[in-house]
Design a binder for this molecule. Structure first.
Ligand code: AMP
Length: 250
């Protein structure tokens, strides 16, 4: 599977958001997408990556990729993921620290699924501070709780390229096949109802406080994630265009 780079697809292709002008050169403030499971973070992060030419860093995708390759890290993470629990902070932090030090992150990146605890957010602050980078732009994607189950139980992912579909709201043209590469679509192991409940509980307990942590510093912008993906994408691009360039150095 992908290393979470802008591989096009899911939404990006549908709404034709080719990199354009200065938008293609990245942005100074790292963007963090934060929101409950099923808010559409992965789909939206891909469109941002494609439009602004920055890497999409999804810690969930990184773990799934590790597991697919049979690494020790992947096997360790999978045990937590299958229970709907968070992977321990030190594992996630080490993985992301290494990733954002890579040259392709120099002109910005979008984080999807990280930070998920206040300890991770504090670690990220230290990393950004050490690297002399701007404060993050935190986009809090809000979703009506009645939509969360529909989004998660309907979600299907291409086994080849990781494209995201929804059998109710964004079905593939051919049942169970990816529109882009014909790969087989599968349900994520953790998109089962009993695991979903655990993931939502983990969000309430550990990740809501992260929103509060950033909000008190004035870094949070709220985004309504309940509309059609294309409408959410448009609002997200407007928000990023408006807010980027205002960051102070930590
Ligand atoms: P996601 O693909 O973002 O929904 O993540 C799937 C699962 O990976 C989560 O339910 C966690 O078990 C694990 N995971 C992903 N990101 C993190 C993180 N930042 N901290 C801890 N666990 C994570």
């Amino acid at each position: 599977m992908r290393d979470s780079y802008a591989a096009g697809g899911s939404g990006a292709d549908d709404i034709k958001v080719a990199p354009q002008g200065s938008a293609a050169k990245g942005f100074p403030r790292p963007v963090i997408l934060i929101g409950p499971p099923g808010a559409g973070k992965g789909t939206q992060a891909k469109t941002v990556a494609a439009r602004y030419g920055v890497p999409h860093l999804s810690t969930g995708d990184m773990f799934r990729d590790h597991f697919g390759r049979g690494t020790e890290l992947g096997v360790r993470a999978k045990a937590f993921m299958d229970r709907g629990e968070l992977v321990p902070d030190e594992i996630v932090v080490a993985m992301i620290e290494q990733r954002i030090a890579a040259p392709d992150c120099a002109h910005g990146f979008i984080l999807d699924g990280f930070p998920r605890t206040v300890a991770q957010a504090e670690a990220l602050d230290r990393m950004l501070g050490r690297a002399g980078r701007s404060e993050p732009l935190v986009v809090h994607v809000k979703l009506d709780s009645s939509l969360i189950l529909r989004r998660l139980t309907g979600r299907r992912m291409c086994k080849v390229g990781g494209e995201i579909y929804n059998i109710y709201d964004r079905p593939p043209k051919t049942p169970n096949r990816c529109d882009h590469d014909g790969g087989e679509l599968a349900q994520r192991d953790d998109d089962r109802e009993e695991v979903i409940r655990e993931r939502l509980a983990a969000y309430e307990e550990h990740t809501q406080p992260v929103v509060a942590y950033y909000r008190q510093r004035g870094l949070v912008q709220d985004l309504d994630g309940s509309g059609a993906p294309e409408a959410v994408t448009r609002a997200l691009f407007e928000l990023i265009d408006r807010e980027e360039g205002r960051g102070r150095h930590l």
